[in-house]
Design a protein around this ligand. Structure first.
Ligand code: FMN
Length: 143
């Protein structure tokens, strides 16, 4: 098995309904293809971790790079793995949008994510890099 993690910049502010469509499609495809992972949307950027069969992940990553809903898609780690970090998650999704989040909501989100990162055991250095990136993002509060 194989895992990769990338970051990207959303081309438009992602509105709830568009994201619903994206996730529905992603979860349907991922279940079909045995792909699992986690997607974070934060301040106009995405961070995603994907895991599964190497050929399937590579094919999906080609499609994702071509997707015009985001740009500057940059891989920052990948690994061969024997165990998944998100075995039961077709595609977990954690959104936060500074424009709509109150300080309280942001704190809640930060706490939930940091709890999640303690619960989820990283099974590769790519998974560690993913969580490190997320922790960096959430340690920088919105104005
Ligand atoms: C940030 C982001 C994450 C995505 N994640 C996935 C994913 O996990 N699985 C997936 O199938 N498509 C994902 N997509 C959508 C793909 O880019 C592409 O639109 C989709 O796979 C096409 O599916 P189709 O070939 O069945 O039409 C993502 C797109 C974006 C912008």
């Amino acid at each position: 098995m194989y895992t990769l993690t990338y970051e990207s910049t959303a081309t438009n502010t992602v509105q709830g309904i568009e994201m619903e469509e994206l996730l529905e499609k992603a979860r349907f495809n991922n279940q079909r293809d045995g792909i699992t992972g986690c997607l974070i949307y934060y301040n106009g950027g995405f961070v995603q971790l994907l895991e599964g069969d190497k050929k399937k992940i590579e094919a999906l990553y080609v499609k994702i790079k071509e997707d015009d809903r985001h740009k500057n898609v940059t891989l920052f780690s990948d690994d061969e793995i024997s165990k998944r970090t998100f075995p039961n998650w077709g595609m977990a999704y954690y959104p936060i949008n500074e424009n709509h989040a109150t300080k309280y909501e942001f704190e809640q989100f930060r706490r939930n994510l940091s709890m999640l990162s303690d619960l989820v055991e990283p099974t590769s250095s790519t998974a560690k890099q993913f969580w490190k990136k997320i922790k960096n993002l959430i340690s920088d509060p919105p104005l």
